[in-house]
Design a binder for this molecule. Structure first.
Ligand SMILES: [Zn+2]
Length: 295
């Protein structure tokens, strides 16, 4: 998409520099919506320039990871939407900062059905880059997020979209959304052969319910974040802590760690940082993509 920043570091706080702020001010939400439309992504930023700009940057980051580092991260969300809390209908995560639809659904009142893998960001909580910066800092300090970068939530949801795409490509999509069925119609079920074979939607459901052992949670909490490890909200209920959240938090951290702070471009392959993590964590993350062995 070619959203560029000029290197000129003045201060550094959670990745938001004056240079970045000045650069962001050059784009309107409509400019970036238009750039996305040209790439087949239906973007509706509701005049939220901060989220629009960050989505443009994150799109560039994943394009680089795909083209330059040959990582399988090319899937773009079918749509990017900025929402107001009060617009959500029957969605169990009201109050969250963002989410990615695991399957197509009607979730915003007055609108139609959104395609599977559509990504949504909360307009009230992220109105400006400064607000996104402060939010990321607070979420990091509370141990909730794996980084304090202002792009954290934008990347996190984008990773869910990539992960969901990989899963449906491997396991097939057997839900009811005609657009999603069309997208994954090349599936032949032969790539993985768990016995008995589990369809994409069922596999997805099991992964959402899957939780880590206390020992695994300790490793994830130490290296990634409390949310990725799973947070006990009340007796018997653990928020986060499934393979989806581990992937989203681990990849977000990996990507943020290799970003040039001034230009927000990728400086190296995030997976080639030898010895950076505990091998047990690496194994957990590798397994979390498809979760064949459970865990
Ligand atoms: Zn998530």
């Amino acid at each position: 998409m070619k959203i560029k920043n000029n290197p000129q570091r003045v201060s550094f706080k959670a990745g938001l520099t004056p240079t970045i702020k000045a650069q962001a001010a050059r784009y309107s939400a409509a400019n970036i919506e238009h750039l996305f439309q040209k790439q087949g992504v239906n973007a509706d930023f509701k005049n939220n320039r901060a989220i629009a700009y960050c989505c443009g940057i994150v799109n560039d980051i994943f394009e680089t990871l795909t083209a330059k580092y040959k990582l399988p991260f090319g899937a773009k969300p079918p749509s990017l939407t900025v929402y107001h809390d009060w617009e959500l209908i029957n969605y169990n995560d009201t109050g969250c900062i963002g989410f990615c639809l695991p399957d197509s659904a009607k979730i915003i009142s007055g609108k139609g059905v959104y395609e599977t893998r559509s990504v949504f960001y909360n307009n009230e909580k992220m109105k400006t880059l400064t607000e996104m910066d402060a939010l990321a800092e607070a979420q990091y300090n509370s141990g909730f997020n794996s980084t304090n970068h202002f792009l954290h939530t934008i990347i996190h949801e984008w990773v869910h979209n990539i992960h969901n795409d990989l899963l449906y490509r491997v396991f097939g999509y057997d839900g009811t959304c005609s657009k999603t069925l069309q997208r994954y119609n090349t599936f032949n079920g032969s790539y993985y052969d768990p016995n008995p074979y589990v369809s994409g939607v069922e596999h997805f459901r099991r992964m959402q319910l899957s939780r880590y052992t206390p020992e695994q949670r300790e490793i994830i909490k130490k290296e990634i974040s409390v949310y990725a490890a799973g947070r006990s909200v009340h007796s018997g209920y653990i928020q986060g802590g499934n393979p989806f959240e581990l992937i989203a938090e681990a990849i977000t951290k990996g990507v943020v760690d290799v970003l040039d702070p001034d230009t927000l471009t990728v400086t190296q392959n995030p997976f080639y940082q030898a010895g950076k993590h505990d091998q047990k964590l690496t194994d957990l993350v590798n397994n979390a993509w498809y979760n064949i062995a459970g865990g």
